[in-house]
Design a protein around this ligand. Structure first.
Ligand SMILES: [Zn+2]
Length: 465
């Protein structure tokens, strides 16, 4: 796969931290890579004049006529000419962004369409891709949501961020994909139609399974244009997450990225095979997962936190003029552990999300509805509740509370791989399982949350295909 020179994100963040004005001309060599990369459909060196040019639109203007949305062909303005840029107007140094076979001029916003190419022509589903290309040069930040089609908070976070960006006020570009897994979203399902988890197939394979092909197309046509990536998720299977970043904190550029989200907890999550986040980092694109709230719901507080975090990031990356700092930085947790139910029954929580707990504290109670035997789930750790199950009926072994444990960065490196996430098959958690069929093998291990499969059966399945 082709790699390209990337701006050093660390350098950018440092420059921003030193209060370098966002509207200063991009004289720094580290910004020169903000030039649009050649994408999968445009060979390098191909004159950009041959590409259709995206029509500039007001993204937050409601679209009354759905036929006006980009479909098979993107929103293209046949008449458009390159915007006049006065040679002496050094502050307006934005560059066109070439994406999905279209040129998006500087200082414009548009809707494009990504075609996953994993269905047959008649039912092909174009997936909307929102682009705001700033008037000034800068990095390209990508926001992706609903790789799991039942995770709704991220969709609204992307909408609010994208529709409140003004191209004239932006340095660099923001690419937002509110619903990556459109087919899962339509069915209210986490999964693709073939019951695979899309977030276990990156960077994909053009000749692999349906999921691998979709992942390959998305990764190559969209993600490789990003200089940094925020992938939005929620808790899954009736669990909820405190707003938090999941990231490989041992990676300097990723660690630097996690420190730009204002008052948002970061949780170390080491190599995580075949997720979008991991594939992006492997390709030199610093990436984090932003988890907030629970699936199947739209939660105002969770959405608000996500929007504020990303606005902080945009300011700290020098892409938006500073709108004031948001909150004190939250601690990073280098270790975490799941506390599991040891008996079955009805779980009632005794703690709240974000609460600090001590070893020996009662986290919840489990009552057998038939025998009326009651037991307590007790925390074995001092720490903080970063994720938890909703009140529900649980079986023994159910992962109920995720505790972030204070520890030093050194301790992180001593943790053996996988210790934080013991794999326990929980096939009963699979909500989409057709009772007449065996669950797909990759679903058996899909407990805990999105970004967290200690043992990736998918990888084995993929290798054997
Ligand atoms: Zn998810």
């Amino acid at each position: 796969m082709r790699t390209r020179k990337r701006p050093a994100l660390l350098t950018m963040l440092l420059l921003a931290t030193l209060h370098v004005q966002a509207d200063e001309p991009a004289s720094d060599a580290s910004l020169s890579a903000a030039e649009p990369p050649a994408n999968a459909t445009a060979a390098e060196g191909e004159p950009q004049a041959e590409l259709p040019r995206a029509r500039s639109i007001d993204l937050d203007e409601p679209v009354a006529d759905p036929a006006a949305l980009p479909g098979e062909s993107p929103t293209i303005d046949e008449e458009a000419v390159a915007p006049e840029v006065a040679e002496d107007d050094l502050a307006r140094s934005g560059t066109p962004l070439v994406l999905l076979g279209v040129e998006v001029p500087a200082a414009t916003a548009t809707r494009l369409a990504w075609l996953p190419g994993a269905s047959f022509e008649g039912i092909s589903v174009p997936t909307p891709v929102l682009v705001v290309n700033g008037a000034r040069a800068g990095p390209t930040l990508c926001l992706t949501a609903a790789l799991h089609g039942d995770e709704l908070n991220g969709i609204e976070i992307v909408r609010r961020v994208m529709y409140n960006l003004e191209p004239e006020e932006l340095s660099g570009a923001v690419i937002g994909v509110p619903i990556v897994n459109l087919q899962g979203f339509r069915r209210g399902s986490r999964y693709l139609p073939d019951r695979r988890d899309l977030n276990r197939y990156f960077p994909g394979n053009p000749t692999g399974s349906s999921a691998a092909r979709i992942a390959y197309s998305f990764f190559n046509q969209v993600i490789l244009h990003c200089d940094a990536l925020v992938d939005l998720h929620t808790g899954s299977f009736h669990r909820t997450n405190l707003p938090q970043l999941r990231a490989d904190l041992s990676h300097p550029e990723v660690l630097a990225l996690t420190q730009q989200f204002g008052a948002t907890v970061a949780l170390h999550s080491a190599r995580h095979g075949n997720t979008l986040r991991q594939a992006a980092v492997d390709h030199g694109i610093p990436a984090v997962t932003l988890e907030t709230g629970e699936s199947m719901r739209l939660q105002e507080d969770a959405v608000d936190h996500g929007v504020r975090g990303i606005r902080s990031l945009l300011s700290n990356m020098g892409m938006l003029k500073r709108s004031g700092f948001w909150g004190q930085a939250e601690p990073a947790y280098y270790r975490s552990a799941w506390v599991r139910a040891n008996s079955g029954g009805i779980l009632f929580n005794k703690v709240e999300l974000g609460e600090t707990v001590d070893e020996g504290d009662t986290l919840g109670t489990i009552t057998d509805p038939i025998t009326n035997v009651r037991s307590e789930v007790v925390s074995p750790y001092d720490g903080r509740v970063l994720g938890m199950a909703l009140n529900q009926v649980v079986l023994p072994g159910f992962a109920a509370y995720r505790i972030g444990i204070k520890s030093s960065q050194e301790e992180m490196s001593e943790l053996p791989q996988g210790e934080e996430t013991p794999a326990t098959p929980n096939p009963e958690l699979e909500p989409d399982a057709d009772p007449g069929l065996d669950p797909a093998p990759e679903l058996i291990d899909a407990d805990e949350d999105d970004d967290l499969a200690a043992f990736d059966i998918d990888a084995h399945l993929e290798a054997s295909e």
